[in-house]
Design a protein around this ligand. Structure first.
Ligand code: FPP
Length: 236
């Protein structure tokens, strides 16, 4: 692998374009999602080999519940299958899987698969794979505000003591550093309710390539783009 000067600690990806990729090949949308799982596998490998420590993937947004029931069911089935198939290799490679998002709307079966992969991989210490499932950043922030308001009402903290850290520690991502680099495939240039608080200083990259075509090579190319950027955090 090429020597890249500056590797981001945390890469977050909006995996977009599965449906368009499938349509362009005269395939069903579902086949785009299947090929998308291969891209997930490839990006995990590339993250491991390049020294990225956190990889967050936007796998299912809260808005995705609005898709036709057949597609939602097919995605849930694919998540369950992938979790079963990939758990041994992820464990072996030292990948710790954690979920961010709501859990109460999933079926018992999906919930138990998500829980079992988190438990099986809990001791992984090479890469943390953060899967955003039924995730909405606005909902995450709203829930955090409610939790803080309850603490104020209970007399645990004073309003004046609420600071950025109080908020950051009340989000799903409390134990995860902010992303350094956010990638959205398929050429769309939007965050679509993904990590809005956490993205404050992230570099962004919007390659035209559809998610099923985003493999190890494209991941490494993206890291090169990141290495070429200068981050100033508002300073000179
Ligand atoms: C966006 O493409 C993709 C999704 C909504 C689902 C992403 C899911 C996977 C890649 C499957 C596996 C993930 C894991 C973690 C096992 P789109 O359907 O919005 O594409 P379009 O914009 O072209 O219609």
């Amino acid at each position: 692998m090429k020597n890249i000067e500056r590797i981001p600690t945390h890469v977050a990806i909006i995996m977009d374009g599965n449906g368009r990729w499938a349509k362009a090949q005269g395939k069903e949308r579902y086949e785009g999602h299947i090929e998308g799982v291969d891209s997930v596998r490839e990006c995990i490998k590339a993250a491991l080999s390049s020294g990225v420590r956190y990889l967050t993937l936007y796998a299912f947004s809260t808005e995705n519940w609005g898709r036709p029931i057949e597609e939602v069911d097919a995605l849930m089935e694919l998540f369950c299958k992938s979790v079963i198939a990939e758990t041994p290799e992820l464990t072996k490679q030292g990948v710790k899987v954690v979920m961010i998002g709501r859990r109460d709307r999933f079926s018992e079966r999906v919930r138990s698969h998500l829980q079992s992969i988190e438990q099986a991989t809990a001791s992984g210490n090479r890469l943390t794979l953060v899967l955003a499932f039924d995730y909405s950043s606005r909902e995450e922030i709203t829930t955090a505000v409610q939790a803080i308001a309850h603490r104020v009402a209970a007399g645990e903290i004073a309003v004046e003591d609420i600071c950025e850290t109080t908020i950051a520690q009340s989000l799903y991502t409390a134990a995860i550093p902010d992303p350094d680099f956010i990638i959205r495939t398929s050429g769309e240039c939007r965050l679509s309710n993904f990590l809005l608080w956490q993205a404050s200083y992230a570099e962004m990259y919007f390659p035209e390539v559809m998610w099923p075509d985003f493999k190890q090579e494209q991941f490494i190319e993206a890291l090169e783009v990141y290495a070429s950027r200068e981050r100033r955090y508002g300073k000179l």
